[in-house]
Write a protein that binds this ligand. Structure first.
Ligand code: ADP
Ligand code: MG
Length: 365
């Protein structure tokens, strides 16, 4: 168990800036996810922690030791790849035992550790099989077993569940999380799936185009996204984001204005509008919009629109509402059956709205 520090690391491949000036601290025993779209630099960062890539600049520390120049074999890491990379000619037992044999541990010690880890991962019935005789989920467990058997200081997982079907992914998600909490191994988990990151990690490093966007626990990312990228990437169905302007006609009120929309924002201090006008993006999550009756709310604080289409989700309806030139998604309890074309009035939960500066893309509230 160690604390991992990424001290301003970058990685360039010729002209490609895969990772740029990344600063990150992963605590002892913490489970951190690297989250972002394909190509944002997640795997490159993981391979730098593993020692397979050397950073173009910057340092990597394990506790207080600078490991930047240490080869992988001297870092005591366990790694699981998307492809599992099991040895096809070896049994499950030998696959798991392999790292210990490399370290020339005594046979009795190896046998004890292999059986222990196999029991923990519930594959102790499969030790004699070859990888070709295993299901995807079982192969995944063997790969995990091989990474864990040498009791690594740091566990590195690169999209380990992406080859599994949806149900098995949900199952393995919980298993890996439980295992990590039990063993308390400092863990970095790479994924492009925000649900995986949100459900499993203590903290999430959201990356885009090689740069860190925000590093926080799941609830903070959800409730206080630092910029438009994080706001749009976290949450399903995604946040409604509307481009427009803030207008402060006097010192007491602020309006958000966009084509076909004029909405009073009671919770926003007028000085956010700067000199009375500012280009912004308004963000509202689908669950933070609700339908209101004609007399239920101050008219200036509501939007009028018509139902474009209704998507039943079982417990809830996802209602697409046409408001001016925009289609907003609204999540409401499934009750009756709203009809396409119906005129409705909706009101945001103003304590939960987000405002971003259009130019800097950063959160304003
Ligand atoms: N060995 C390499 N040579 C050249 N470019 C690379 C290499 N590895 C990764 N890249 C580039 O670096 C960027 C980040 O890649 P990667 O870290 O694999 O992204 P992710 O894992 O987030 O999908 C991409 O633009 C990718 O094409
Ligand atoms: Mg990758």
């Amino acid at each position: 168990m160690v604390r991992v520090t990424l001290d301003n690391i970058s990685k360039f491949f010729g002209k490609v800036r895969a990772v740029v000036d990344l600063n990150l601290e992963i605590d002892d025993g913490e489970f951190v996810a690297f989250l972002g779209p394909s190509g944002c630099g997640k795997t490159t960062t993981l391979l730098m922690v593993a020692g397979i890539y050397r950073p173009s600049r910057g340092r990597i520390l394990f506790d207080n030791e600078d490991v930047t120049d240490l080869p992988p074999k001297d870092r005591n890491i366990g790694m699981v790849f998307q492809s599992y990379a099991l040895y096809p000619h070896m049994s499950v037992y030998d696959n798991i035992a392999f790292p210990l044999k490399l370290k020339k541990e005594p046979q009795r010690e190896i046998d004890k550790k292999v059986r222990e880890i196999a029991r923990l991962l519930r594959i102790d019935e499969l030790l004699d099989r070859k990888p070709a005789q295993l299901s995807g989920g079982q192969k995944q467990r063997v790969a995990l077993g091989r990474a864990l058997v040498k009791e690594p200081d740091v566990l590195l997982l690169d999209e380990p569940l992406s080859n599994l079907d949806a149900q098995l992914r949900i199952l393995m998600r919980a298993e890996i999380k439980r295992l990590q909490k039990e063993l308390r191994i400092t863990t970095i988990y790479v994924t492009h799936d925000q649900v995986e990151a949100m459900t499993m990690a203590d903290r999430i490093a959201v990356m885009n185009k090689g740069r860190l966007q925000q590093y926080a626990d799941p609830q903070t990312l959800y409730n206080k996204p630092a910029n438009i990228f994080v706001a749009s990437f976290i949450g399903s169905p995604p946040m409604n984001l509307i481009e427009g302007e803030l207008e402060a006609p006097d010192d007491n009120s602020v309006f958000f204005v966009s084509s076909g929309i004029k909405l009073k924002l009671p919770n926003v201090p007028p000085n956010v509008a700067k000199d009375g006008q500012r280009e912004v993006v308004l963000g509202v999550r689908p669950e933070d919009l609700q339908m209101v009756g004609p007399g239920d709310a101050d008219k200036e604080e509501t939007l009028e629109g018509s139902i474009y289409v209704v998507e039943p989700l079982g417990k809830e309806f996802l209602i697409n509402v046409q408001v001016g030139d925009h289609v907003l998604k609204m999540l409401v309890p499934a009750d009756g059956m709203p009809e396409a074309g119906q005129r409705i009035r909706i009101r945001p939960n103003f304590s939960k709205i987000h405002l971003f500066d259009k130019k800097s893309q950063k959160a304003l509230l």
